[in-house]
Design a protein around this ligand. Structure first.
Ligand code: HEM
Length: 155
């Protein structure tokens, strides 16, 4: 297996593990276990940071991967999926930074006094949206991978 493939598998695997951690963290919050929720979300955010570093390194070392389909397939399928994937990924990172910030600065001590003032309602809503956008990011990441490396161009 060459370095390029190792980087790709590393990028996909890190992102998938971070996603499973975020799901586990959201489950802990649903059960009102805030210390565990915070731990899983901090771990998930750290792994997304590592992923971002790995992804940028891959792009710098190997450049963008080329889509092997026809030009028509490129504009009709590949680009729309890539735009959806990138938009979901950027939204997920934005919501993650916002929730990490509100969590660490205002919700450390759970839903007691001041939590409403510190935006626990908004935090929950943003967190639930993030779980949705993160799910979409993961699914489209695998679709992009299959399009780049398993797509059979039509004759
Ligand atoms: C990227 C980071 C984070 C995300 C995506 C996130 C997401 C969520 C979600 C989805 C919920 C609602 C769960 C539900 O009711 O179904 C929630 C609740 C909560 N989160 Fe976070 N969270 C993050 C970081 C944190 C951190 C760092 C803290 C505190 C140190 C925190 C404290 C809380 C608290 C206190 C609640 C309310 C729990 C309850 O209802 O008892 N969150 N969060």
């Amino acid at each position: 297996m060459n370095a390029h493939d190792v980087m790709w598998y590393g990028v996909l695997l890190t992102m998938t593990v971070a996603y499973l951690m975020a799901l586990w963290g959201a489950r802990a919050a649903k059960h009102h276990n805030v210390p565990q929720h915070a731990q899983w979300m901090i771990a998930a955010c750290t792994l997304v940071g590592v992923w971002l570093l790995g992804y940028v390194t891959k792009q710098v070392m190997f450049g963008r991967d080329q889509f092997l389909g026809t030009s028509e397939e490129y504009w009709q399928y590949y680009i729309p999926v890539l735009v959806i994937h990138t938009s979901l990924a950027v939204t997920t990172i934005g919501l993650g930074i916002a929730n990490l910030y509100t969590g660490l600065t205002g919700l450390r001590f759970g839903t007691g006094v001041g939590a409403m003032v510190n935006g626990v309602g908004r935090h929950r809503m943003q967190g639930k949206v993030l779980v949705g956008t993160f799910s979409g990011t993961i699914v489209t990441a695998y679709v992009v991978y299959v399009m780049l490396f398993r797509w059979v161009p039509s004759q």
